[in-house]
Design a protein around this ligand. Structure first.
Ligand SMILES: Cc1ncc(COP(=O)(O)O)c(C=O)c1O
Length: 319
């Protein structure tokens, strides 16, 4: 990063940013890509380029773009969501077809389908290309935005190429700063035309950076050196899930659904348990009342998992 060649990315003149954008576009099989400061900004830009205020966006009830972006979709894009139940992290083609059918019955025009792979609130489960393709087909040609914040995890867990995972989507975004371990940044990819519009929207959000090659270099490094090691995160999450299943039988931990780097546990006394774990040096968080989320990543080693398991075994979980 210190040695990165830089330029003014506001003018598209930063060679390191350009290299990163080209690399991501190539990996996900799209014409062009745009480097942005965060995953939320990438999602918000996608909403702005695919919709107009008043439009309806189909998404899973617990999608990040619905629940975890501070109502930004309403504020930034003026859209409303048609949310669909996603008990296991997935929505179905029947659910999507049901929303589209409503248009013929005085229900609002639908303009975008948003999907999330892996599904964060689903515990990091991976959308297969078959499942993804079927839901996209039910959307009957609507634009599709793929929130692939953790698409790299989906790719490593499934062995399916990033391009195949992203193929049915009009735009796809991924975060470099999650499991991949880069300090800053996300990427949004799509057609040249969409990415041109996205660059204008990035400017409107104040997200156009100047000598951003310094941080883009971290992203390039992460793509080169940290992709394959996501297997380790997935193995560690599995170990954690097995230990949680044994130690907290009442917490509904599903070891077989721990496919990537997220483990969810349902705990009545979440605050007490999180405080206990934090004292033992194990940081986790809640993503909903009584739902604790553990995430493995670049900075979590096998020894750290041992430490977490020891703390989990003695945590005061209410029965
Ligand atoms: C599924 C999903 N989408 C988008 C984001 C947003 O990423 P960022 O935190 O970089 O804005 C996150 C991050 O938590 C996420 O989990």
């Amino acid at each position: 990063m210190a040695e990165a060649e830089v330029g003014d990315d506001g003018f598209g003149e930063d060679p390191t940013v350009r290299a990163l954008e080209e690399r991501y576009a190539e990996l996900v099989g799209k014409q062009a890509a745009l480097f942005v400061p965060s995953g939320v900004m990438a999602n918000q830009i996608a909403l702005r380029i695919h919709t107009k205020p008043g439009n309806v966006v189909i998404a899973a009830k617990r999608a990040h773009v619905v629940l975890y972006e501070m109502g930004a979709a309403a504020k930034n894009a003026g859209v409303q969501f048609a949310t669909l139940d996603d008990p296991d992290g997935f929505i179905t083609s029947q659910q999507v077809a049901g929303v589209i059918e409503g248009v013929a019955h005085h229900l609002p025009q639908v303009n975008l389908l948003c999907l999330e792979n892996t599904s964060m609130a689903g515990g990091g489960v991976v959308w297969s290309t078959q499942r993804f393709g079927a839901v996209v087909a039910a959307a009957q040609g609507l634009p599709v935005h793929l929130d692939g914040a953790r698409l790299f995890n989906a790719h490593i867990a499934s062995g399916t190429s990033l391009a195949d995972l992203a193929r049915p989507a009009s735009t796809v975004m991924s975060c470099l700063s999650k499991g991949l371990g880069a300090p800053v940044g996300s990427l949004l990819a799509g057609t040249k035309e969409d990415i041109g519009l996205a660059a204008d929207e990035r400017k409107r959000f104040g997200g156009t950076m100047r000598q951003a090659g310094i941080i883009a270099a971290g992203g390039l490094y992460a793509l080169k050196h940290h992709l394959q090691r996501l297997h380790d995160d997935h193995d560690r999450a599995k170990r954690l899930a097995e230990a949680l299943f044994d130690a907290w039988p009442q917490a509904d931990v599903d070891v077989s659904r721990t496919e990537t780097n997220i483990v969810l546990a349902n705990v009545e006394n979440d605050a007490e348990v999180l405080a206990f774990l934090a004292k033992a040096g194990v940081l986790a968080t809640t993503i909903a009342p009584r739902v604790i989320r553990f995430v493995t990543h670049l900075d979590v080693s096998d020894d750290d998992i041992d430490q977490a398991i020891a703390a989990i075994r003695t945590a005061p979980v209410a029965s």
